[in-house]
Design a protein around this ligand. Sequence first.
Ligand code: COA
Length: 173
Amino acid sequence: MAGQDDVPAILRYYLENREHLAPYEPAHPDFFYTEGFWRDRAERDLEDFKNDQSLRLLVFARDSPGEVVATIGFTGFVRGAGHLCNLGYSVARTHEGKGYMSEGVRAAVEHVFAELNMHRVIAGYMPHNRRSGNLLRRLGFTVEGYSRDFLLIQGRWEDHIQTALLNPRWIPA
Ligand SMILES: CC(C)(COP(=O)(O)OP(=O)(O)OC[C@H]1O[C@@H](n2cnc3c(N)ncnc32)[C@H](O)[C@@H]1OP(=O)(O)O)[C@@H](O)C(=O)NCCC(=O)NCCS
């Protein structure tokens, strides 16, 4: 998880990848691209994790440990009869196609299954996002459905293909 020391590297990641990520994310206000936003956000993420609501992770470069190259987030934790959460991710434009996401998401999902005892991880992607679909297939996610006008991306409602991965080792409380 991000600490205050990571804030400059996170901000650099989002500034450098602003155009690369824009087609896949909701429009961000200018405040999103400031150190103040990320200082608050690091605190909130820690609180949310302690309250069993989300887990947001950073991936650092293999050969440059201070450089953030990708983000992985598990959000919207549902416990009770669900034990499920949503997965989101992104990798820097300069580090696409190197296997960072496959390695990172595989390890992160394993952690969420083994340590947080989630039963289902859900991930959706836009039909034209070939890289995202390939990644999820590679990790064993299977298609569960198709949601029309699912997310508002850059001011347009976008359809999403819904996928999920189940935890074969889920333990009843
Ligand atoms: C979707 C996204 C995360 C996929 O990233 P990625 O780098 O393609 O994913 P991976 O880390 O699995 O890398 C796979 C590629 O690396 C290659 N690779 C190299 N070494 C590898 C390794 N050790 N393990 C796996 N793949 C490796 C694979 O052959 C594959 O290449 P290909 O794209 O030519 O087929 C990325 O495109 C992205 O951030 N897009 C913008 C944001 C976005 O779409 N977010 C998700 C919204 S649903």
